[in-house]
Design a protein around this ligand. Structure first.
Ligand SMILES: [Fe+2]
Ligand SMILES: [Fe+2]
Length: 489
């Protein structure tokens, strides 16, 4: 893949520099130098905080080699520290406009408008901070991987989150001068869960203690990432839009890992129950004795990860969100497909609020309700996945349905942060809520049980007994392909 010629072909991925890219870095000495200076610190971070114990393994990974949606990835064995993290932007559309807000109709900005500099930097840094955070959260999981297939998927997600960090760091280095360099450093300094220098958002400081959490995280929290990237992909600042559009191509796989991961757990549990003649899914002791994860515990894990991910959308009513929109920096999900004026100064949007001791729908100015709207789109997207999980259960004949809890349940941010509600949205006293907590969220006992199942299963073609093998492998390989050649020291 090396290209020794310095002549850069527009749009192609250039491997002649240390940093693969499709933006002609070879002709941009200042930014190339800044990124080359940042690179060793990134590798130090990866070696310290990336997947623990597998840096010498050969992993069957996809690497982006082009931005053609049909043929962008190439598969092959790579040691993770040698992964070619690069800077890839979706192709530029010379006719693209700012599609919403006060500057609607202007040509999309190729540079940062001075008056929006601080806001844009903030949006980019917040997005950037989540990428390495999830790698840190997941770094211990390799040790208990239920198969080489799953191990490979974990590492694929991890290297791509690393690439997403590169994508945001490029924007900082290219467009934000000295401040950008400092922010790029800061992204390597903060650590998930560190009380002195935590990552910026709550859900990214939570532990990912087991593989069920990992699958829930990639289903629920990576999906928040998708919604954020979708709205940043609408940005009037074209380089941000193009970065996010390419990131979305990769992000789809992360949610696939979560959805199919939980789907395989459900399949295995239900099959084991059927085989043992257990009809009552709530007879958890009997189900657990089979060495599989009972369905109510899976529901509790979903309750936890869904509620943590909802907090990532921020307050339902937010002047920041209004300002970002008005400025043309962050749009709505599917902005250009929405049939309205894309300015929203006279529009309203229904927001679920806590008023006079009750949960009620209240019309708010659409501009300040943008977080609520994005969260609604997110909930719909989650609902689709939960419906597909329920099909998996239904097919086995087990009588159980997973449900998304109410948006008022277990919240730390926004309207419902100060109230306690059950998963079906009933308000209650704090004392009652605490009494019920372990019915609704994973208890320490649930955690211990799950941990007792988390034993590595690294033989080729073998799967841990609590999870079904995948229907299809990666890159048309089977479930019994050697996805990771471990070579442990
Ligand atoms: Fe990401
Ligand atoms: Fe992701």
């Amino acid at each position: 893949m090396t290209n020794s010629s310095a002549a850069y072909v527009d749009g192609a991925v250039d491997y002649s520099t240390n940093i693969p890219n499709n933006i002609g870095l070879v002709n941009d000495a200042r930014v190339l130098k800044a990124l080359e200076q940042w690179h060793p610190g990134y590798l130090d971070w990866w070696n310290q905080m990336g997947p623990e114990g597998f840096q010498a393994s050969d992993v069957y990974l996809r690497t982006a080699v082009s931005i053609d949606p049909k043929g962008w990835a190439q598969f092959g064995y790579v040691k993770m520290p040698d992964y070619r993290w690069g800077i890839l932007l979706a192709p530029q559309d010379p006719n693209r406009l700012v599609n919403f807000g006060a500057s609607k109709g202007e040509k999309a900005w190729q540079d940062v408008p001075g008056e929006h500099r601080a806001s844009l930097r903030r949006l980019i840094v917040i997005q950037g901070d989540t990428e390495p955070a999830s790698v840190e959260q997941q770094r211990h999981l390799g040790a208990t991987a239920p198969s080489l297939y799953d191990l490979r998927n974990l590492f694929q997600v991890n290297v791509e989150e690393g690439r997403h960090l590169w994508a945001m760091v490029y924007l900082l280095q290219k467009f934000f001068g000295r401040d950008g360099r400092e922010e790029a450093e800061g992204l390597l300094q903060r650590r998930s869960g560190d009380p002195d220098k935590p990552r910026m958002l709550g859900a990214f400081n939570e532990a990912t203690p087991d593989w069920l959490s990992f699958f829930m995280f990639t289903f629920f929290t990576d999906r928040d990432g998708k919604m954020q990237l979708e709205s940043l992909a609408q940005s009037g600042f074209d380089p941000l839009s193009r970065s996010c559009r390419f990131m979305l191509t990769e992000e789809a796989h992360h949610m696939f890992v979560g959805e199919t991961g939980i789907g395989r757990v459900l399949e295995r549990t239900c099959e084991a129950m059927k085989k043992a003649g257990i009809e009552d899914p709530h007879d958890t002791a009997k189900v657990r004795a089979l060495g599989v994860i009972d369905l109510p515990t899976i529901q509790k894990k979903a309750n936890l990860h869904f509620s943590l991910s909802l907090d990532l959308f921020g307050s339902e009513v937010s002047t920041n969100a209004a300002n970002f929109y008005n400025a043309g920096l962050k749009g709505r999900f599917m902005e250009t497909k929405i049939d309205d004026d894309h300015v929203l100064t006279n529009a309203t949007y229904p927001v679920l609020k806590f008023v006079d001791g009750q949960i009620r729908m209240v019309d708010e100015p659409a501009l300040t309700a943008l977080n609520m709207r994005l969260r609604d789109d997110y909930v719909k997207d989650c609902q689709g996945g939960v419906g597909r999980w329920n099909k998996v259960i239904e097919k086995t004949g087990v009588n159980f349905q997973l449900k998304l809890p109410s948006v008022a349940f277990h919240r730390q941010i926004g309207e419902f942060a100060r109230v306690e509600a059950s998963p079906d949205g009933k308000l209650m006293t704090e004392a009652d809520w605490i009494r019920m907590r372990d019915q609704w969220l994973p208890s320490s006992e649930d955690g211990e049980f799950i941990r007792s199942l988390m034993r590595p299963c690294w033989e080729i073609g073998q799967y841990a007994p609590w999870i079904a093998p995948p229907k299809v492998g990666i890159d048309s390989k089977g479930a019994d392909f050697e996805y990771v050649a471990i070579h442990r020291a």
